[in-house]
Structures are given as structure tokens and as C-alpha cells.
Design a protein around this ligand. Structure first.
Ligand code: OAD
Length: 249
């Protein structure tokens, strides 16, 4: 693994933006979306993660989300998440954009996180819009309802056919456009508009590096692809970056 080009760019960067996907949480034990062990292979999320399915059968959708919430609660952030939390303090303008809903970036100490696809720990009422942090899921077959208006509560995650939260995406685009270095970590880069952020950064002149187990559809557009596990590459990157900063303050 050769990190020298990326390190050189990081050293002179005023602004860094990072986009993460489910690959960064794989080493924590959260299944990725499209891998062999992915959630996609065990369930058919497109049949469950959409609003029509929810209205048709809210308790079934909640059963699936209860399972996912449980999986995500039982896992812990890994050295990849921790390295990004450390990087936030080493760069003056740092933005972490994630497609993950597992909350592991915040749990590892990152404070400036833009969640493009929501957060599985939050829910809201589809009628009055009130947010609920730790929703109490009734015993099957009922779905949780709002204690204020009785409306159905849904997880605060983006479902198939739904738009991304516009303000958050705009903020992410601005961070990508400002970035001197953009890192695309553990994402297959096939789901838009999230995947477009790396191209926004590239077009605006950023050095774009990808860290992934394998090359992706967008690799040929990037300046660097570092093949490896995020939980190994990122801690090495931080150690070397710290040494460089100490040597050339
Ligand atoms: P994918 O499952 O599509 O891609 C995961 C990527 O992570 C793959 O390219 C793997 O090679 C890579 N990977 C796996 N383990 C890794 C590791 N330890 N270190 C580095 N890379 C690793 O997941 P996403 O790209 O996150 O959207 O999927 C994007 C979106 O698709 C999700 O947010 C979800 C889904 O539709 C919504 O739910 C709205």
C-alpha cells in the first residue's frame, strides 16, 4: 500500500471531504449492501424499504428494521471510523459525508457528519413529523405509533424512490466543491446522487483518492485507488500524516 501521493496532498490541503459507504462498517460486522454477505442477499430490501410497502404492511417493515437496529446497536466502531474521527482534528476544514445509517461515525467521535441516507437510530411520525430518538417497537404484529397524534412512526432513513434530504446534500456538494482532497471510502460508487460527489470534487480540482477492497466503476476517474481494508489503511494514513505534521509543522 503506497500512501505517499495522498499524504503529500493531505499535507498541503486546507479542506478535506470524505465520503463513506457500507465498506467502512464491514469490519465492525455490519453487512454491506452488495457483497456476498450483504443485506441484499438475505432480504429483498427494495420490497421493504419503500413507502408503499410500509403503508401496506407497517409491522413487517418494522420487523425488518428492528432486526437491523439490533444488529447495528450490537456492533462497535472500528479503527477506520476512529481514524476519520482523528482526521477531523488534523485539518482546518473537514467534512465527513456518509451513506451509512448505522451511526458508527458519530459513535466513534466524529462530530461533523452529513448523513445522506438518514440514521437508523432516529424515527419520525409520518403525520405530524415529530422526531423520536429511541422508538419503542411494540411486540409483533403492531408498528409503533406517535404518542402525540397516533400517526405511524417510520425510520428516518431514505427509502427507494425517495429524495435525499436536500439541505444535507447541498452542504455535502459544497464541501466536495471546496475540497483540496476528497476521499471515497468503502463504497461501490454506484448509487447516485451520493456517488456524484466525488466527481463534483474532481471537476472542481480536488485530488480524489479511493480506498476500497476492489476497484469500482469510478476508479478510472480518480487520481488514486488504494486497495485494502479501510480499518487498516486509514489508521496507517493517520499515523504517517501525524508524523509528517510533526516533522513539518
Ligand atoms: P455497497 O455494498 O454497494 O459497497 C460496499 C463497498 O465497500 C464495496 O465496493 C466493497 O468492495 C467495499 N468494501 C467492503 N469491505 C471493505 C473494507 N473492509 N474496506 C474497504 N472497502 C470495503 O455499499 P454502498 O456503496 O455503501 O442506500 O451502497 C450505497 C447505498 O446503496 C447504500 O447507502 C444504500 C444502498 O442502496 C440506501 O439505503 C438509500
Amino acid at each position: 500500500m503506497n500512501l505517499s501521493r495522498l499524504l503529500e496532498r493531505l499535507q498541503s490541503a486546507d479542506s478535506v471531504c470524505v465520503l463513506t459507504g457500507s465498506g467502512i462498517s464491514a469490519e465492525s460486522g455490519v453487512p454491506t449492501f452488495r457483497g456476498e454477505d450483504g443485506l441484499w442477499s438475505k432480504f429483498k430490501p427494495e420490497e421493504l424499504a419503500n413507502f408503499d410497502a410500509f403503508i401496506r404492511n407497517p409491522s413487517l417493515v418494522w420487523e425488518w428494521y428492528s432486526y437491523r437496529k439490533k444488529v447495528m446497536k450490537e456492533v462497535s466502531p472500528n479503527p477506520g471510523h476512529e481514524a476519520l474521527a482523528a482526521l477531523e482534528h488534523m485539518v482546518s476544514d473537514f467534512t465527513l459525508v456518509t451513506q451509512n445509517v448505522d451511526n458508527l461515525h458519530r459513535r466513534s467521535g466524529s462530530s461533523r457528519v452529513l448523513e445522506l441516507h438518514g440514521n437508523i437510530e432516529r424515527s419520525y411520525c409520518i403525520d405530524c413529523g415529530r422526531f423520536v430518538r429511541d422508538v419503542v417497537i411494540p411486540v409483533k404484529p403492531a408498528a409503533p405509533t406517535c404518542e402525540h397524534c397516533g400517526g405511524l412512526i417510520r425510520p428516518d432513513v431514505v427509502w427507494f424512490g425517495e429524495l435525499l434530504p436536500q439541505e444535507i446534500f447541498t452542504e455535502a456538494e459544497e464541501a466536495a466543491r471546496r475540497a483540496d482532497v476528497f476521499m471515497c471510502i468503502g463504497t461501490s460508487a454506484v448509487v447516485y446522487p451520493a456517488a456524484s460527489l466525488s466527481l463534483v470534487a474532481k471537476d472542481a480540482g480536488a485530488f480524489v483518492a479511493e480506498i476500497n477492497l476492489e476497484r469500482t466503476d469510478l476508479s478510472s476517474r480518480f487520481d488514486e485507488t488504494i486497495l485494502g481494508r479501510a480499518g487498516e489503511v486509514l489508521p496507517s494514513l493517520i499515523i504517517e500524516f501525524r508524523l509528517l505534521k510533526e516533522a513539518h509543522p
